[in-house]
Design a protein around this ligand. Structure first.
Ligand SMILES: Cc1cc2nc3c(=O)[nH]c(=O)nc-3n(C[C@H](O)[C@H](O)[C@H](O)COP(=O)(O)OP(=O)(O)OC[C@H]3O[C@@H](n4cnc5c(N)ncnc54)[C@H](O)[C@@H]3O)c2cc1C
Length: 122
């Protein structure tokens, strides 16, 4: 919401409740009709995101990306730069914590094996 100067004056919200389960058994949030209310504020910080921070991929041209702008890796998580590994959302796109943790675990093993193969002093 804003005033005539187009400055933020508040945020219009609506209360939600969980609806009936869908075919997969998951209950989705559903707006409660007539429950709208306004939270007064003069700044709104949008702090949710479904894309990885693009700074790294935008500033590291040696990193091969897929068409969605995520980092490409081999099955061990190694990127197009030998010895550099990646996993989680920056590789998969928006995913889950458990997948990111799995990537980290898999890459940790691969990093260990990679370091065993690197000649001393390289
Ligand atoms: C609103 C929301 C709700 C979610 N809810 C769930 C949920 O209920 N369950 C679930 O499993 N998943 C959920 N997720 C997804 C989950 O948060 C991500 O899949 C997970 O955090 C990915 O982990 P990650 O380590 O790949 O990335 P992140 O957790 O995003 O970690 C990346 C880190 O790298 C840092 N970073 C970025 N760029 C740089 C840079 N250039 N230099 C140094 N550091 C940098 C960032 O600050 C961040 O700390 C949710 C995501 C969002 C946005």
């Amino acid at each position: 919401m804003g005033n005539e100067k187009k400055w933020v004056t508040g945020m219009k919200c609506v209360r939600m409740h969980l609806g009936e389960p869908d075919a997969s058994g998951r209950r989705s949030p559903t707006a409660i009709p007539g429950s709208e209310f306004v939270l007064e504020c003069d700044v709104v910080v949008v702090a949710i995101g479904t894309r990885a921070n693009p700074l790294l991929t935008a500033t590291c041209p040696e990193l091969k990306l897929n068409k969605r702008g995520n980092i490409e890796t081999d099955e061990d998580g190694m990127t197009s730069i030998p010895g550099i590994f990646a996993g989680g959302d920056i590789v998969r796109g928006a995913a889950t914590v458990i997948l990111a943790m799995g990537d980290g675990k898999r890459s940790a093993r691969a990093i260990g094996e990679y370091l065993q193969r690197v000649p001393v002093g390289a």
